[in-house]
Structure formats: structure tokens, C-alpha cells
Design a protein around this ligand. Structure first.
Ligand code: S3P
Length: 447
């Protein structure tokens, strides 16, 4: 059981704060952290990871890798060592694999297990048990895995028998999702021949990059105007390679927006990953008039990163096209908060996938905006926020076991007229341990 899910609710309130100032490095990227552990576990030899996110979600994945036969050790802060079992080499776990709150960990490991001749049972907390797994089971069944049981046909808990003889498939993802793509690629590692994934809109490509970094043959081509075709040559000999995890742009988003909204602020965020498939929020905030200066752009072990200087800015409403959603899918709660303080209307299109995140994020954001006096509409899958220079605040937001709803509405409270409270801050530990002390260190009033 993950530590957030086991602890009791921790209410917290954010109050209008003086200028935020300082220099911070947010924790390591969650997507890369999960993948480094999983790919390391499928590699023969020792993979060294630095900057790993030590949040509850990633810890669940580390435990799952141990249960499947890899040796996984923490050697220092963010420093981990993985001795893998090789492609197709997982052993059957003795107990249920518990992914806590983590959709990414669960879905990617379902993919990795699907390519190995072992049976495993997957479970998670009350939030994860509501999230669709059929989208992963469908392709892995084509590869030859068998769903022995799944709650209501496609929910956790579920038991999967991995394929004895995995079949290479060509698969078009039905929704833009890096998790579906990654699950297919990880399952396809053990299949002879080429596994192909086609996506209509490019999603984050960390799995492809990491597999290539470990020596797999991965070909990436464009497909139509916005899509991609990824071809993986099966049965590679993955060779251990060091992984340096940059700071998570999805976590940096919160202090970034806080610094924009709290008057007089100037915050420097260091080592933030700038993979173009993750920078939709940055593009959008700059279109809104945000003063975000790129200080030092560089590339370290396959991923680009930069430092950013963020100064408080008067924002104006913009239209965010649906095609941008995959590159900022986790950033809409905090963008909705930024939009609440912007002059004019911000239209966020194509948010359907938000309904199946850690909570129904569209509903959770709408409830939070409503409770705090922000005018908005939902039109189909679009969220339209009518901002004003200072949101009202004054209410408690229900976070529904969702770390990003918790973090986003605390940001609102730092700049709104009246305080904003959240019912439970404990789930912040799934992706951003140290969030509250970090904001306090910048000058935020949280208690
Ligand atoms: C992730 C992909 C996204 C994102 C999640 C992390 C990943 O989900 O919301 O937080 O690491 O692959 P989808 O792929 O389902 O959109």
C-alpha cells in the first residue's frame, strides 16, 4: 500500500502571500523515473539512475520491479541501482503488485509483464481502481497475453498471464496516450520482429528515447501532420546505460504559475526538462504574456533541459488548441488557475482525457473554480475560463485523491483575495514530495 493512501487526510490552506523569491529544483521527472526502473529491470547488468523521483508512485514501481525479479537498490538521494533480468526475464511475483495511485506505473508494468511468460495480479488505491485498463489490455491481448480476470472487464484488480510466445503487432492507439504506446513497446520487446505503434498525435516519447539509449533499434517517423509511427525491433540485447533524470516540467508548472500570479515574484527553476512533447504549458503561458526567460538550455543523456527565470506577469486569456493537449495533459488544472487570474477568456479545447486521470479532473477543476468564485463554462470537452485580475477564493476544494488538483488550488490561494483550502494534501507525495516546504521556502503562506 502506498504511503499517501495509508495516511489520513491532511487539510491545508494557502493564503495571499508576499513576493515569492528563490531558486529551486523540483524533483525528477515522473515519466522518466518509472521508465528508467522498468527498462533497467529488463536489462542484463547494472543500470545507475540519478535524480530519480522518490515519490510514492515511483516507489510502487520500484517494488514491482523487485517483485518481478530485478534487484533494485537506493544508494543515496535520488541515486538508484537496478540489476535487471533481461528482456522476457521477469519471474512470477509472490504477491499482488500494488501501484497505489499510479496509472503510469501500473499501465507500463502491465505492458512489460505482457511480454513475459508469467502471471501477475495488479491492484491500486481507490482512485486507480476507477481508471480504465481496457485500453492496455486490448493491445497486450493481441500480443498474446491473456486477461485471466479483470474487474468489470477492464478495471483493477486484474490478473494477467503474459505471452509465452509474444507476437509483434502493428497498433494504432485509439486515444493519444504515451501510456498505451509505452505498454505496447514494452510488451513488444520480447516479440520477434517489428512492433509498430502509430499515434495520430505525438505523445511524450521517453520510452522510445530510453529504449534507444539502452541500445534497442527504434525508428521514429512522422505520420500525417501531427502523428508518429514508432517501429521497435524486438528481442534487443539491452545494455545498461546511466540515466540522469531531469526535473519534472509537470511539477515545475506549479511554482512557475505561482511566481507568475503572486505580485513582485522572481523565481528561478533549474534543470527543467524541455522535451518539446512536454512544453505545451510553457508555450501557452508565454502566449498569455508570461515573463519566463530561458537561461541555460542544454542536453544531458538524451533529454533537453533548461533553467527558467519566472517573474510575476499580467496574463491575458488565450485559446489553447486541442492539438496541444498531449504536450500539456497534466498541466490543465494549474493552467485553469492561471486563467482565473488572466484578463479575458481562456479557452482550453479537447480535454476529454482529463476525465480519466487520478480523478475526473475536468469535474474537479470545475468544482474548485465554482467554489472560489471563478466564472467558467464547460462545453463538451472544452473548458472556458473567464478570468479577472484577482480570483476570489474563500473555499475548500475537494481533491479526490488527485495530487495535481491539490497542488493547483494551493497555487490559487497564494494569490486570491481570500484563502483557498484543500481537503487533503497527502496525495501530493505521489509526485512531488517536498512541495509544501519548497513553496514555503519561496515565501508562500501555507498552513
Ligand atoms: C504519462 C502519460 C500521460 C500523463 C501521465 C504520465 C506517462 O498519461 O497523464 O501523468 O508517463 O506516460 P496518458 O498517456 O494516459 O495520457
Amino acid at each position: 500500500m502506498s504511503h499517501a493512501a495509508a495516511s489520513s487526510p491532511a487539510p491545508l490552506a494557502a493564503r495571499r502571500s508576499g513576493a515569492l523569491r528563490g531558486r529551486v529544483r523540483v524533483p525528477g521527472d515522473k515519466s522518466i523515473s518509472h521508465r528508467a526502473l522498468i527498462v533497467g529491470a529488463l536489462t542484463v547488468g547494472e543500470t545507475r539512475i540519478s535524480g530519480l523521483l522518490e515519490g510514492d508512485d515511483v516507489i510502487c514501481t520500484s517494488k514491482a520491479m523487485r517483485a518481478l525479479g530485478a534487484t533494485v537498490e537506493r544508494t543515496g538521494e535520488g541515486a538508484w541501482r537496478v540489476h535487471g533480468v533481461g528482456v522476457g526475464g521477469f519471474r512470477a511475483p509472490d504477491s499482488v503488485l500494488d501501484f497505489g495511485n499510479s496509472g503510469t506505473g501500473c499501465r507500463l508494468v502491465i505492458g512489460a509483464v505482457a511480454g513475459c511468460p508469467v502471471t501477475a495480479t495488479f491492484n491500486g488505491d481507490a482512485s486507480l481502481r476507477k481508471r480504465p485498463m481496457r485500453r492496455i489490455l486490448d493491445p497486450v491481448e493481441l500480443i498474446g497475453a491473456r486477461t485471466i480476470s479483470a474487474t468489470d472487464g477492464g478495471l483493477l484488480p486484474l490478473t494477467l498471464a503474459g505471452a509465452r510466445d509474444p507476437i509483434p503487432i502493428a497498433y494504432r492507439t485509439p486515444v493519444p496516450s504515451a501510456q498505451i504506446k509505452s505498454a505496447v513497446l514494452l510488451a513488444g520487446l520480447a516479440a520477434p520482429g517489428e512492433t509498430v505503434v502509430v499515434e495520430t498525435e505525438a505523445s511524450r516519447d521517453h520510452t522510445e528515447r530510453l529504449l534507444a539509449h539502452f541500445g534497442a533499434e527504434v525508428k521514429v517517423e512522422s505520420d500525417g501532420a501531427t502523428g508518429r509511427k514508432i517501429t521497435l525491433k524486438g528481442e534487443p540485447e539491452l545494455a545498461p546505460a546511466p540515466v540522469v533524470v531531469p526535473a519534472d516540467p509537470s511539477s515545475a508548472a506549479f511554482p512557475m504559475v505561482a511566481a507568475l500570479l503572486v505580485p513582485g515574484s522572481e523565481v528561478i527553476l533549474t534543470d527543467v526538462m524541455t522535451n518539446p512533447l512536454r512544453t505545451g504549458l510553457l508555450t501557452t503561458l508565454r502566449e498569455m504574456g508570461a515573463d519566463i526567460e530561458t537561461l541555460d538550455e542544454r542536453t544531458d543523456v538524451g533529454e533537453a533541459m533548461a533553467d527558467f527565470r519566472v517573474r510575476s506577469s499580467a496574463l491575458r486569456g488565450v485559446e489553447v488548441p486541442a492539438s496541444r493537449a498531449p504536450s500539456m495533459i497534466d498541466e490543465y488544472p494549474v493552467l485553469a488557475v492561471a486563467a482565473s487570474f488572466a484578463e479575458g477568456t481562456t479557452v482550453m479545447r479537447g480535454l476529454k482525457e482529463l476525465r480519466v486521470k487520478e480523478s475526473d479532473r475536468l469535474a474537479a477543476v470545475a468544482d474548485g473554480l465554482m467554489a472560489n468564485g471563478v466564472a467558467f463554462e464547460i462545453d463538451g470537452d472544452d473548458l472556458i475560463v473567464h478570468g479577472k485580475s484577482r480570483a476570489t477564493g474563500g473555499s475548500t476544494v475537494l481533491t479526490h485523491m488527485d495530487h495535481r488538483i491539490a497542488m493547483a488550488f494551493l497555487v490559487m490561494g497564494l494569490a486570491s483575495e481570500k484563502p483557498v483550502a484543500i481537503d487533503d494534501a497527502s496525495f501530493i507525495a505521489t509526485s512531488f514530495p517536498g512541495y509544501v516546504p519548497m513553496l514555503r521556502g519561496l515565501g508562500a503562506d501555507l498552513s
